[in-house]
Design a protein around this ligand. Sequence first.
Ligand SMILES: O=C(CO)COP(=O)(O)O
Length: 285
Amino acid sequence: MARKFFVGGNWKCNGTSEEVKKIVSILNDGKVASADVVDVVVSPPFVFLPLVKSSLRPEFHVAAQNCWVKKGGAYTGEISAEMLVNLDIPWVILGHSERRQLLSESNEASCLCAKRLYLSSNFFDIQYLLIHIFYFLGQFVGDKVAYALSKGLKVIACVGETLEQRESGATMDVVAAQTKAIAERISDWTNVVVAYEPVWAIGTGKVATPAQAQEVHSELRKWLQTNVSADVAASTRIIYGGSVSGANCKELAAQPDVDGFLVGGASLKPEFVDIINAATVKSSA
Ligand SMILES: O=C(CO)COP(=O)(O)O
C-alpha cells in the first residue's frame, strides 16, 4: 500500500508576525512537488495560526502544536480541540518530546513529575511540582490523541527515546511503550501520522543515520502489525524528525519505512522547500 509522503514543519515557539509573513511567502513562492505526492503541514505558534492559514498556499495545511486533553473550560492558558475545529485547523501535533520533557506530559501517570519531585530539595520546587502532578494527572498523550481524533482533528503523534535510553539499549521499549499508550485509546488510525523523533537528534545537528532511522521505523511498523493490525501497519505514515536538513533529507527519504519528516529549525528556512521535494525520491523510486 503506497503511503503518501508527509512533511511537517514545526515552528515551535519562534517568530514575529513579520517573520511569519516572510516564511509564508517563501513557501508560497517555492517550486514544490505536487500535492499528489506530498502532504505539507506547517505548525506555527497558536497566535499565528489564523494568519498562516489565511495566507498560505491552499494545498499546504496548518497544525497546532498542542491541544487540551478534553473539552475546554476552566483551564487557563490551554487551547481546546474544539477551538481548533472551530477555526478549521485540521491538524495538531501531540506528545512532542519538548512537551513530554519540559512540561511533564507523559504516557504514564506523571512519572516525570514524581521523579523530579523526588530529586528536588527546594520547597518551592516541591510546591510547583505538586501543582503539576495534580494538573497533569490523567493528561496523557494517549488521551490527548484520542480526544483530538474524536473531535475530527488529524494528529501527528510524536514518540522517541533520549540518548540515555538509546545507549542503554532501550530504544524500542520506549518507542513501543509510547505507541502502546496511544494504541490502547484509539481504534481508527486513519488520521494519525506517527513521528519518530529521537530526543538526542532534536535541535542538536546530530541527525540519526538513515540506517538508524530505518531500523526504528521498521520495528515500529512491525509493532503496529503485531499489536494493532497489518492494515494499520501498512498504511500509517511514520515520519522522522531530528535535525533534518536540505543536505540530509534525500538519503533519509530513500529508506523504505521513512514516510516523511517533522522538521524543526530547517522549517523556518528556505531549505524547507528542498525537504518537501525529498518526496520525489519516493515517487521516482
Ligand atoms: O523537534 C523537531 C520537530 O518536531 C525537530 O527539530 P529540529 O529539526 O530542529 O531538530
